[in-house]
Design a protein around this ligand. Structure first.
Ligand code: SF4
Length: 469
């Protein structure tokens, strides 16, 4: 890294993989590096520092990082030919899982930083610029976001009217297929006052929708200003009182942590959107037990009934793993029956693949690849038909949409429905960042198309439907 450059001219390019928490973390990494003179760039060829914020959930995650590092070696070489130095870092869950191994295998890497240590980035970059190869993968006691400090209002404003806010990290559930308890560590909740402070700053900067993030977000139990642990429901009630915050969402939840207060928040707080991502993974009690999910298929069904009693217009999404070790045809049929019973608006589904270090990786009785493929196709066809039915059920309805960005076509804006689908509308740019009532005209594969309603009025409270189907 060139040391005679003025501080403010350095650029950092952060490539984000995986979940929304990584998106939030990437923003906070940029915040941490700003005082060290780094401005964010979207062009990796223009970057003095390239950070890969990695995800360990998908298959062969580490191998994919090593191939990306191979490509970055070329970028580094091309920049070096122009007399420019480039520093390369690996962050996120692969960095946590692989640690020193990355530095050993990929000499192009200058620094490796685990997800709990982003506050150390300026110091790590300074040390790496002196030629040291720096690896930090500890789980320090301090709140990394606290150490990074508040994001400047100007920066928050530049990130648009919707934002992620991490309230909880790590997981104590130890599902037998999952690496999260090993890469993100034990469950930790941030203090209520810090979350409310960050949310207020976001609202003052023009953020109108916040999605609270946590690997196990509904297990949230952060310390409140009253010295007592607050539940996620109590936190949502406090957030709903912040002026300018029109919409609240949260993800990802575990069925065992959906308590009555949280269910009732969907009924009582108009700011809490009628959308819930509540993974079940399998409909077979035998497989749920082997996965260590600690609930049955029927317990999940009864839970969904209770949530729908509180909020009948709920869009439910889920995660499914097909081909977990030992999964029989009957186990898979139990999953299909659960999907038929519950009716999802969306879902993510994957073939099982063992993650090194998890109990699932040591299990026998693997399901053959071709059987997994057949099951995945059948499951995805069922989910797609349910998703299309849900999309179709929105046609003709009028509801508020928060316009987030320009669409692909000229004169088009894109926002989200209360149920999280993208909605495309012909509307003037002056309506960006506002919430307008629209009427759905037709559906696309994954999105909706709408017209502005006649009144074109700006709404500040959600939803409820103006025209029932
Ligand atoms: S609850 Fe979620 S994050 Fe925790 S171990 Fe299970 S799948 Fe992983």
């Amino acid at each position: 890294m060139s040391s005679n450059k003025p501080l403010a001219t350095k650029k950092v390019f952060i490539k984000t993989y995986g979940c929304q928490m990584n998106v939030y973390d990437s923003d906070r990494m940029a915040d941490a590096l700003a005082p060290a003179g780094y401005a964010a760039t979207q062009d990796q060829n223009d970057a003095d520092l390239i950070l890969l914020n990695t995800c360990h959930i998908r298959e062969k995650a580490a191998e994919k990082v090593y191939s990306e590092l191979g490509r970055l070696r070329k970028v580094k070489g091309e920049r070096a030919a122009l007399g420019k130095e480039t520093m390369i870092g690996v962050a996120g869950c692969v960095a946590q899982a692989e640690g020193e191994e990355i530095a050993r295998r990929a000499d192009v890497v200058n620094l490796v930083v685990g997800p709990q240590s982003y506050q150390a980035l300026p110091d790590m970059v300074a040390r790496a610029s002196q030629g040291e190869r720096v690896v930090v993968t500890e789980f320090p006691d301090e709140d990394k976001f606290d150490a990074i400090g508040m994001t400047p209002k100007k920066v928050l404003a530049s990130r648009g009217p919707t934002a992620f806010l991490t309230v909880q990290e790590g997981c104590d559930k130890f599902c037998t297929f999952c690496v999260v308890p090993y890469t993100r560590g034990a469950e930790v909740s941030r203090d209520v006052a810090k979350i409310l402070g960050e949310a207020r700053a976001m609202a003052e900067a023009g953020v109108h929708e916040i999605t609270l993030l946590g690997q196990n977000v509904n297990a949230y139990h952060g310390l409140g200003p009253d010295g007592e642990p607050w539940s996620l429901a109590k936190l949502l009630h406090a957030l709903a009182e912040i002026d300018g915050l029109w919409r609240l969402r949260y993800t990802t939840s575990h069925p065992r942590d959906m308590d009555d207060d949280l269910i009732n928040a969907h009924r009582d707080l108009p700011q809490v959107m009628p959308y819930l991502h509540l993974p079940v993974q399998s409909g077979s009690d035998r497989i749920l037990k082997a996965m260590n999910r600690r609930h049955t298929g029927d317990e999940y069904r009864r839970l969904i009934d209770r949530i729908r009693q509180a909020q009948p217009d709920l869009a439910l999404s889920g995660d499914f793993i097909v081909g977990f070790p030992g999964e029989t045809d009957q186990d898979f049929e139990d999953t299909m029956q659960l999907i038929r019973d519950v009716e999802y608006a969306a879902a993510f589904s994957f073939k099982y693949s063992p993650r090194p270090g998890t109990p699932g990786a040591l299990m026998d009785d693997h399901v053959p690849e071709d059987v997994m493929t057949q099951r995945l196709h059948a499951l995805q066809a069922l989910i797609t038909s349910q998703q299309q039915a849900f999309q179709q059920s929105r046609v003709g309805l009028s509801f508020p949409v928060l316009f987030e960005k320009k669409g692909r076509n000229p004169g088009q804006l894109v926002g989200r429905s209360p149920w999280l689908q993208p909605v495309n509308v012909q509307a003037p740019d002056s309506m960006l960042r506002t919430m307008q009532t629209v009427t759905i005209t037709h559906t696309g594969t994954n999105s909706l198309f709408a017209d502005l309603t006649e009144s074109g009025q700006t709404s500040t409270v959600e939803p409820l439907l103006e025209a029932a189907s």
